[in-house]
Write a protein that binds this ligand. Structure first.
Ligand code: AMP
Ligand code: MG
Length: 396
């Protein structure tokens, strides 16, 4: 059985890089930059006023005290202003270019206007209320490094440096194949012993959150032949195949045998984690394969812990692994040492309360959880008040 960190490293190191495609900047949220985004123009591109007021040259002020100066012309956003006439001031608005010959802006709240004359309370400091060309980003600077998973603010920055398109990683195609005679489509007639298939919708949403394109294959029953046929079909055209269920050691757990029969190679199939444990990882040609346990909590958490980082790494994401933060335990958290434990917890401020039901069958406790508390494999747990690492589910 592989320790958690080793399994994750092995998976990430095996991640093949997707090709890239050009997309409109407005469609880039959640995509991973496949180029360094260089500012081909400085940001901002010209000196402009940060305030509504008056553009002045500080040398026009003969003293530090109050002074009146004639107002000549104006500078408005979107227009190129005439140069400042020496000894005068120019009306100016927020976002408007600073006229040649001006070196400061006085905001209008500090000016008393009377006809063509403006009375200033004091001499302004040179540079006041001027946003300088290139002060945010200089021409040629790296605006965003390759491998950035783009958030809305970064799209704003890309547009601000005048980009209409971005080169991003292609989204990995991820096929989800659920196995189990007992599974039926949610909401369909319930024969005795059947259950709604509940991993597919959750996994598809997690795939999408990691930037992948999920496709749900029709579920397969528990015969070797049927499983092999379903695997062959699901492997075609997929960058990553997720199988769900049938990967442990029961007589009807046929996925490993079926994977071997269709010619795929498995690197490992057990990881020292709880919940989870059976987790197969292998490949068939260029397609990677993750064999998830069927149990909904185990399936969804192992995909969150290994699969989402893999889907991100396939896009060249510089930070494929979910962030961890520290929280304080509201009550004790114990485990039998041996496997890295990921425990569902709800947050009360920055106090974490472990869920009372940590059973791997409890889908409800996962749905209500704010995060996963991490207990290292060699630890038997923590007392109330201890500081513990947590992965917040909202930040997956
Ligand atoms: P397995 O790994 O196939 O032995 O499945 C373990 C448990 O998870 C069994 O109780 C299955 O009925 C259940 N299970 C497997 N796949 C799914 C699924 N896609 N949706 C809901 N439950 C499942
Ligand atoms: Mg099964």
């Amino acid at each position: 059985m592989l320790p958690f960190d080793d399994a994750l490293r092995l998976i990430l190191e095996s991640a093949p890089l997707m090709g890239s495609e050009r997309i409109a900047v407005g469609l880039g949220a959640g995509r991973v930059l496949a180029e360094e985004l260089v500012a081909h123009t400085p940001l901002p591109t010209f000196d402009y006023s940060a305030m509504d007021g008056y553009a002045v040259h500080t040398s026009s002020f003969t003293s530090d005290g109050p002074q009146s100066l004639p107002v000549v012309g104006e500078s408005r956003a979107g227009l190129s202003p005439p140069p400042l006439t020496p000894g005068t001031v120019c009306r100016i608005f927020t976002g408007a270019p600073i006229p040649d010959g001006a070196d400061a802006v006085v905001m209008q709240e500090d000016v008393a206007r009377a006809g063509d004359s403006a009375r200033f309370a004091a001499r302004p400091a040179p540079g006041a209320h001027i946003r300088r060309r290139g002060e945010d980003l200089q021409q040629g600077a790296c605006a965003l490094p390759r491998g950035t998973r783009l958030n809305p603010f970064q799209l704003g920055l890309a547009a601000a440096v005048d980009r209409s398109e971005l080169l991003v990683a292609r989204r990995p195609r991820v096929t989800i194949l659920c196995t189990g005679e007992e599974l039926r489509v949610p909401g369909s007639p319930a024969m005795p012993g059947t259950i709604p298939e509940s991993n597919g919708p959750a996994l598809a949403a997690l795939v999408r959150a990691a930037g992948g394109l999920p496709e749900l294959a029709p579920r397969t029953g528990d015969s070797l032949e049927e499983t092999e046929r379903a695997l062959r079909a699901a492997l075609r055209g997929s960058d990553l195949l997720l199988t769900v269920g049938g990967v442990s050691v029961g007589e009807h757990d046929l996925v490993r045998a079926a994977l071997a029969n269709v010619g795929s190679a498995l690197e490992f199939w057990k990881v020292q984690i709880k919940p989870g444990k059976p987790l197969a990882f292998g490949r068939f040609g260029d397609t990677l394969i993750l064999g998830l346990p069927g149990n909904p909590v185990s399936a969804q958490l192992t995909f969150a812990l290994f699969g989402m980082p893999l889907v991100r790494a396939m896009q060249g994401d510089r930070r494929p692994v979910p962030a961890r933060s520290r929280v304080r335990l509201k009550s004790e958290l114990r485990q039998k040492p041996g496997r890295t434990g990921f425990y569902r917890a709800v947050l009360d401020g920055d106090l974490a309360l472990p869920a009372t039901n940590q059973a791997s069958g409890s889908a409800a406790s996962l749905a209500y959880a704010d995060g996963l508390l991490i207990v290292p494999a060699d630890s038997s747990g923590y007392d109330a008040g201890a500081s513990v690492e947590m992965i917040r589910l909202a930040e997956l």
